[in-house]
Design a protein around this ligand. Structure first.
Ligand code: AOF
Ligand code: ZN
Length: 320
């Protein structure tokens, strides 16, 4: 008897290798296991628009296997059933004569949503669904949010002093790098006009591999000049002028297939979002400095216990 959780855990290792390259697609890994429990092949979705994990796995069989009939395919997400940029993985699995598939979680994309599993079962493939489901959902929380809630996953990010004031001078050499890494993990980075005018940020990921995120600017009064860094031609920029209502912005970003947005400020935008209650995660860096009343008051929220200390700064992560 195979230990299913072990192999699904392995698919998650592989899936994560696609982290900075597959959005808005999910991260997916696949492993093919023989009757003795040996892994005979592995694969993962490497790049948006590229072959899916199952195709990579089956196409790169490392050991000669006489027949795939005795093998089990493990994949963290339900194999697809649609003709997208690539043909359906469920069809490939059937054509290759694989008779047993173990799936971490169903695909929430309405194009698939159970149809992949149904296709396999109709062809006589034995399918088990829901192994390490929580871990599978955590890995693809952004992709899942887009399809289940029809809006991007929202990460609020700011740095503040111990007495609750913020501006751009708080980050340390290490936390500056971390911000670039976090940007690369999200498809879009959003700021308000005050931040664009005061800090004039480029909002790029020059200190981390992967694509630059899409920049989003809320500028109701049209105050941010065209020569600002946010409009540099390194990356795309979307500006909201007439309607900067949070629900409208999220719905519009979802329409553009953007599965995640990191909000970098300023205080006004963060407070507006917090007042709507529509966000998923907060990442707050607190320095040990006290500035009295110099600076803008940071949003006032309960931060709980820091997850770590970096360069003497406390890092808080709050999940909704
Ligand atoms: C899989 N294996 O490795 C991935 C899947 O445009 P396409 O053809 O690449 O299809 C993208 C959709 O396919 C994506 O939204 C998600 O539902 C599914 N992703 N499915 O069987 C994979 N990446
Ligand atoms: Zn597929």
């Amino acid at each position: 008897m195979l230990d299913y959780a072990n192999y699904i855990a392995r698919t998650l290792h592989l899936a994560r290798l696609g982290e900075y390259y597959v959005a808005p697609n999910p991260m997916v890994g696949a492993v093919l296991v023989d009757a003795n429990g040996e892994i005979v092949s592995e694969g993962w979705h490497k790049q948006y628009g590229g072959p899916h994990a199952e195709v990579e796995c089956i196409g790169s069989l490392e050991f000669r296997v006489e027949s795939l009939e005795a093998c089990t395919l493990f994949v963290n997400l339900e194999p697809c059933s649609h003709y997208g940029k690539t043909p359906p993985c469920a069809k490939l699995i059937i054509d290759k004569g694989i008779k047993h598939v173990v799936v971490g979680m169903l695909d929430p994309n309405p194009l698939v949503a159970g149809k992949g599993v149904a296709m396999l079962r109709e062809a006589g493939v034995e399918v088990e669904v829901g192994v390490m489901e929580q871990e599978c959902r955590e890995l693809n929380k952004r992709f899942i949010c887009l399809h289940e809630q029809h809006r991007p996953y929202v990460l609020l990010k700011w740095a503040q002093t111990a007495d609750g004031y913020m501006n751009g001078l708080i980050s340390t050499p290490v936390t500056k790098r971390l911000v670039h890494q976090m940007r690369a993990e999200n498809m879009a980075i959003l700021v308000g006009s005050n931040t664009a005018l005061t800090d004039n940020p480029k909002l790029l990921t020059t200190r981390w591999p992967g694509r630059n995120p899409i920049r989003v600017l809320l500028d109701r009064r049209g105050r941010v000049p065209q020569e600002s860094n946010i409009f540099s031609n390194d990356a795309e920029t979307i500006v909201y002028r007439d309607n900067t209502d949070w629900e409208y912005v999220l719905a519009d970003l979802a329409k553009r297939n953007i599965h995640s947005v990191m909000v970098e400020g300023g205080a006004q935008v963060l407070n507006h979002i917090l007042s709507t209650g529509i966000w998923d995660e907060m990442h707050v860096e607190v320095s040990d400095a006290t500035w009295g009343k110099e600076g803008v008051k940071a949003p006032q929220v309960a931060l709980g216990v820091p997850i770590e200390q970096i360069d003497g700064h406390a890092i808080y992560v709050v999940r909704k």
